[in-house]
Design a protein around this ligand. Structure first.
Ligand code: PCA
Length: 206
């Protein structure tokens, strides 16, 4: 078994990305599965393309893409990806799409098959703030989640995948005005490990 975790390059003037920092701290094996880490560019289209070539090359059983959501107070597994690009700030290549489709021929939305309610439950049992989110936004994270779920639906029906947003880190939050909620990277990383455990257990139970 193999589990792929992806994070993003820093964006929006930041020097770190809380998602990738949390992924760095993950162990090399989770629930008997090999952990593979991948850094994605925070660029519309390109993030999804890099992810899809990794799916082809690594053939993971479970894929958990992770992004940073400044302003959120909890770890938030995402329910849905929508076929929409709408950027409040430019991406790392200077693109700022407004009301564009990700895939003109694709459906309006995809729902994840990650066991997100069980992930939330497991995190709460470990006293980690966690709740299901019903919007991954319309920026690069949603772009990558939509690309992942589209690829699973069309090419990799056996794969289980989805997306989790984590809050920014305290070192990032303290520089912003007003100061947003934040979460220590070790706690965010533990949530991602628990999410992997729950997801692999769900695959094994199939
Ligand atoms: N967060 C952004 C993109 C990269 C990241 O970590 C988002 O929520 O869309």
């Amino acid at each position: 078994m193999k589990i792929l975790y992806t994070g993003f390059a820093p964006f929006g003037g930041e020097t770190i990305n809380a998602a990738y920092e949390a992924i760095r701290l993950l162990p090399d094996r989770i629930e008997g599965a090999d952990v593979v880490r991948l850094l994605l560019p925070t660029v519309f289209g390109e993030g999804g393309r890099v992810l899809l070539s990794a799916l082809e090359e690594k053939r993971p059983d479970v894929v958990i893409c992770v992004g940073e959501a400044s302003g959120r107070a909890a770890v938030t597994p995402e329910y849905v990806a929508i076929n929409c690009r709408n950027a409040r700030i430019p991406d790392n290549a200077g693109q700022q799409p407004f009301d564009e489709k990700i895939r003109p021929e694709g459906p309006d939305a995809y729902f994840t098959k990650l066991p997100i309610h069980d992930i939330v439950q497991r995190c709460l049992e470990h006293d980690i703030p966690c709740s299901v989110s019903y919007t991954a936004g319309t920026y690069v994270c949603n772009d990558v989640m939509y690309s992942l779920l589209h690829a699973i639906r069309t090419d990799w029906p056996e794969m289980t995948g989805g997306f989790i947003h984590v809050p920014c880190q305290p070192s990032q939050a303290k520089k912003k005005h007003p100061v947003p909620p934040s979460m220590d990277v070790r706690l965010a990383s533990m949530a991602l490990r628990l999410a992997g455990e729950v997801s692999i257990q769900a695959v094994n139970a199939k």
